[in-house]
Ligand binder design. Structure first.
Ligand SMILES: [Zn+2]
Length: 177
C-alpha cells in the first residue's frame, strides 16, 4: 500500500496524528512516569491503549528482556492479548511506552534498530519527562501531544466545571493544595 501522494514532504492526510496531534489523558501520562520511577534502574515498559488518537490507558507489562537495565521487550503474552482485544472491539493498541533509566526521552540506537516502522506511537520516559515518537518506516518522528482530562471510568463522566471541589482536578486549575 502506498500512501505517498506525490513529492510533497508536508504532513500527509494519512498521517494519523499530523494535524490534531496525539492526545493522552492525564492519568495515563502519570502512570508512565510512575512506572518509570518504580522500575528505577531497569527499563519499564507497557502498552498505550485508546481510540481515535487519544491514549486513555498506559498499561504496564513485564519487561522480559534479558538485560533489563539497557533493553526492554514487552511481554508477548500481554501484547497478543491486546491485539486480540482490539480485534474484538476493545481499545486500540496505539503504541508502546518504555523508560530510559539514565538516558534522555528519545529513541536510542537500540530503539531505532528494533523499530518496526509500523506507525505505532512510542512514548519514552527519561529524565523525568515523557516524549512521544511516531515509528515511521523512515525513522522516528517527534510527535506533539496534548494532555487532556481523562476519566478512568467511561461510565462516570463529569464536566470539568462541575468538579472544582474534586482534588483530582486538572493541571493548572488550582495553584496549591
Ligand atoms: Zn529505549
Amino acid at each position: 500500500m502506498n500512501w505517498r501522494t506525490g513529492s510533497g514532504t508536508m504532513s500527509k492526510p494519512s498521517d494519523p496524528y499530523g494535524d490534531a496531534g496525539l492526545e493522552i489523558v492525564h492519568p495515563a501520562l502519570e502512570a508512565i512516569l510512575a512506572e518509570a520511577a518504580r522500575a528505577a534502574s531497569e527499563e519499564a515498559c507497557g502498552l498505550l491503549l485508546g481510540n481515535d488518537g487519544r491514549v486513555t490507558e498506559a498499561r504496564p507489562t513485564e519487561n522480559v528482556a534479558q538485560d533489563k537495565a539497557r533493553h526492554f521487550e514487552i511481554d508477548p503474552v500481554a501484547l497478543i492479548a491486546a491485539y486480540r482485544a482490539e480485534r474484538n472491539g476493545g481499545p486500540q493498541l496505539i503504541g508502546f511506552y518504555h523508560s530510559h533509566p539514565s538516558g534522555p526521552a528519545e529513541p536510542s540506537a537500540t530503539d531505532r534498530e528494533q523499530a518496526a516502522g509500523d506507525r505505532k506511537v512510542w512514548a519514552i520516559a527519561g529524565q523525568g519527562v515523557v516524549r512521544f515518537w511516531l515509528d515511521r518506516p523512515d525513522g522516528f518522528e517527534p510527535l506533539s501531544y496534548r494532555l487532556v482530562e481523562g476519566e478512568s471510568r467511561p461510565m462516570h463522566r463529569l464536566p470539568a466545571f462541575l468538579s472544582t471541589g474534586d482534588s483530582a482536578s486538572g493541571p493548572g486549575l488550582l495553584g496549591h493544595g
